[in-house]
Design a protein around this ligand. Structure first.
Ligand SMILES: [Zn+2]
Length: 63
């Protein structure tokens, strides 16, 4: 199991803060890097992972 918490920015290894963000329709909690301003949130990470999975596969069937 991956632990969904970040103490450092994966991009620049700066300090991150846990904040509430407001999207178009919903709000979510995520981490924001104090140095580069990168926003890390579980939903985005999950979407990226799914995209990577789809890119890695031979997509012969669409669900
Ligand atoms: Zn950063």
């Amino acid at each position: 199991m991956e632990e969904l918490s970040f103490k450092k920015c994966p991009r620049c290894r700066g300090a991150v803060t846990y904040e509430k963000f407001y999207g178009r329709d919903e709000q979510f909690w995520g981490w924001k890097c104090l140095f580069c301003g990168d926003i890390i949130d579980p939903v985005i990470l999950q979407n990226r992972r799914l995209m990577h999975m789809h890119q890695g596969e031979n997509v012969s069937q669409s669900l």
